[in-house]
Structure formats: structure tokens, C-alpha cells
Design a binder for this molecule. Structure first.
Ligand code: FES
Ligand code: FES
Length: 106
């Protein structure tokens, strides 16, 4: 499992801080900027922020798009999302984010 890593050098924002903002509902670069400050300097980290935003589950390589689609197709629990997409069925660290996607439907 990859550890924490500095993503935005300008604002000293690390990977875990960005993931936490996602669990609190951030889905876009603009929302990450507002919530963490990451990406508001030189902008060189934006691509990496986009890549982080696009992924829900690193263990099962499940994208946000896949989880959102599962939720729109009726998966209304973390377990059901896991059955359909695999997300959350290994280390379980992404379950909070899956729950937030279910709550927000995005
Ligand atoms: S490295 Fe993030 S804005 Fe410069
Ligand atoms: S990140 Fe490990 S189960 Fe999703």
C-alpha cells in the first residue's frame, strides 16, 4: 500500500489531505482548491489532483465513474457497490468515500 505523499508543493498539501476532502464531498479540482488550497499556486499539481479525484479504490482499480454509475443503478450500500464494482472489498480504506458517493449520488 502506497503511503502518504506530497502532492502540491506550493501549498504543502499531501495525498491523505486530498483523500479526506473527497470523503467530505469534494469531487472537482475547484472543490479541492477551496477545501485544501492544493492547486492554487503554480498549478503543476492539477493533473495529479485530477488523477486522485478519478479513482475511488486503489486496491481494485475502481474509478469514481464506475462507483457513481453503480450508485445510479441502485447500489445504495457500500456492500452493494462492492458487489458490483469490487471497490471496498480489499483493505476497506475507501469505504468512507464510497459511502459519501452514495450519500451525494456523485
Ligand atoms: S504544486 Fe500545487 S499549485 Fe504548485
Ligand atoms: S482502497 Fe483498498 S479496498 Fe478500496
Amino acid at each position: 500500500m502506497a503511503g502518504n505523499k506530497m502532492i502540491c508543493m506550493c501549498k504543502q498539501v499531501d495525498y491523505i489531505t486530498i483523500r479526506k476532502a473527497m470523503v467530505e464531498g469534494a469531487r472537482t479540482v475547484e472543490e479541492i482548491k477551496e477545501m485544501t488550497g492544493a492547486g492554487t499556486g503554480c498549478g503543476r499539481c492539477i493533473g495529479e489532483i485530477e488523477a486522485i479525484l478519478a479513482s475511488v479504490c486503489g486496491c481494485k482499480q475502481t474509478s469514481l465513474a464506475d462507483v457513481v454509475e453503480a450508485v445510479k443503478n441502485g447500489a445504495d450500500t457500500v456492500e452493494k457497490v462492492g458487489e458490483v464494482t469490487g471497490a471496498g472489498t480489499a483493505c476497506g480504506r475507501c469505504k468512507g468515500l464510497i459511502q459519501n458517493v452514495i450519500d451525494q449520488k456523485r
